[in-house]
Design a protein. Structure first.
Length: 469
């Protein structure tokens, strides 16, 4: 039955591709190859959205179709694997493995719980700060939240006898799970290396003539991101109030785990040194001619030379190689669509709908459409690949500030993941714990989406205006 369903999904994707290819005339003034690549691209994205195939397999099939139909040459189709951002994300995945394997990620999380764990809301802030510190170096939300923060949040809930099976999920667990998830969403929006799709945003923005560096992303996100993180635990506290208000034992719980871990081992110290070095070069590297991907590769090389990471272990990290495959494929197809002028054509035609309106009105409408259309996507990367560049080109066309528009859509490409229980990697893991009902999860997502949009648009706009002066 599963096999038949998969074949039906694949047939649907192929059928959509064929209908676009042959059933719709190429728009006037557009290169026929642009429309052919668009048909392949839509079929590929659809295969990812409806989970007809794993994302790596689907994108590789898309490249194969582009080459087989002579829509792209082999060199053009596989050019994405020579892209600097593709290697940046692969190196960052490997470096994040060091955080987990050395135990440094758990140590950081326990440290914040020990420092802030006197109350349930204090625990929320402890988990939030853990996410904030880990986010710049761990691009996999699933690894960061699902493998480091979530087990600690669950263990804390269990230590206070807050369990789903005995009907005490609201005692503490529901609050901690909701905070952990929303913190992962906000912190992902704050750093270019905090989510796998963010470097793709940078690459697509470059195609629109906008340069986004690691430092500019972090600087523009700093104030609205910190505001969101400061308010979020209180909003969640109001939406799913924990029955247990005071949690003094949590501090002892975290301190006991830190004691069990003992002093920092050599590999942990080396990992910590690497992390600090990476942050320094990501922020200031441009001043000495060291870009983001070179920084990541230098950090990876150091960890390999010192033995913190073993190459044979890295070969087994399927998520990293899977990301490398689909990322390179999407970059190549996006490059092809841009070079064949399809995205420019789309932007020019959509911009006509906003003629006579101010760019702020147009930007507001486009942002809302871009943001809430994520209800239709199970993958942020698929969403970015399908809509980011066309929407950015429209914003620029209607007169919106180019850098600000590119960054706002990039921030939104993370913040919208908080809407549903299927819109990001860690969402199914945390939702699967059972601490939150579907109604609660979607309700929190809807409210936080409004809160985040208001903060990032209003507070963010003030901050960005200050930076521009």
């Amino acid at each position: 039955m599963k096999l038949n369903l998969r074949l039906v999904k694949i047939a649907l994707c192929v059928g959509v591709g064929f209908l676009l290819w042959w059933g719709v005339l190429t728009p006037e003034g557009l290169d026929p190859k642009a429309w052919q690549l668009f048909a392949i691209f839509i079929a590929t994205v659809l295969a990812v959205v409806i989970e007809a195939m794993p994302i790596g397999a689907a994108t590789l099939m898309g490249l194969t179709a582009a080459v087989a139909t002579h829509t792209l040459s082999f060199k053009e189709a596989f050019s994405g694997y020579a892209s600097d951002v593709t290697w940046l994300i692969l190196a960052a995945f490997f470096i994040s493995h060091g955080f987990i394997e050395t135990g440094l990620g758990r140590r950081i999380a326990y440290f914040f719980v020990a420092a802030f764990g006197k109350s349930s809301i204090g625990l929320g802030f402890g988990l939030t700060l853990s996410e904030l510190l880990l986010a710049p170096a761990i691009p996999s939300m699933t690894a960061r939240t699902g493998a480091v923060v979530y087990p600690i949040a669950q263990a804390l809930a269990y230590s206070f006898d807050s369990r789903v099976e005995i009907g005490t999920r609201k005692k503490l667990g529901a609050y901690l799970i909701a905070v952990s998830f929303q913190a992962s969403v906000i912190t992902s929006a704050m750093f270019m290396t905090a989510m796998a799709g963010n470097p793709l945003v940078g690459k697509l923005a470059h195609q629109a003539g906008v340069e986004i560096t690691w430092g500019s992303w972090a600087l523009y996100a700093l104030v609205p991101g910190l505001c969101s993180l400061a308010i979020m635990p209180f909003v969640v506290y109001f939406l799913v109030p924990p029955e247990l208000k005071r949690t003094p034992n949590a501090m002892a719980f975290a301190k006991e785990h830190l004691k069990d871990m003992g002093p920092m081992k050599t590999n942990e110290l080396l990992m910590c040194m690497t992390f600090l070095g990476l942050l320094g070069l990501w922020v200031f590297g441009k001043l000495i001619g060291v870009d983001a991907v070179t920084t990541a590769l230098l950090g990876l090389a150091f960890l390999l030379v010192t033995g913190v990471l073993k190459w044979q272990e890295l070969l087994k990290i399927s998520a990293a190689w899977e990301t490398f495959v689909w990322f390179g494929a999407l970059v190549a197809m996006a490059d092809g669509l841009n070079q064949l002028q399809l995205t420019t054509w789309f932007g020019q035609n959509v911009a006509h709908f906003f003629e006579g309106t101010s760019w702020m009105v147009a930007a507001g409408g486009l942002l809302l459409v871009y943001f809430y259309s994520h209800y239709l996507f199970a993958s942020s990367t698929a969403h970015i690949g399908a809509l980011y560049l066309p929407f950015l080109l429209v914003l620029i066309k209607v007169g919106a500030p180019a850098l600000e528009s590119a960054l706002v859509l990039g921030f939104a490409s993370n913040l919208y993941m908080g809407l549903t229980h299927y819109g990001s990697g860690p969402a199914p893991i945390l939702f699967g714990s059972g601490f939150l009902s579907l109604k609660e999860w979607w309700g929190i997502g809807a409210v936080m989406s409004v809160v985040n949009l208001l903060i990032w648009v209003v507070v963010g706009r003030l901050w960005w205006s200050f930076l521009a002066t």
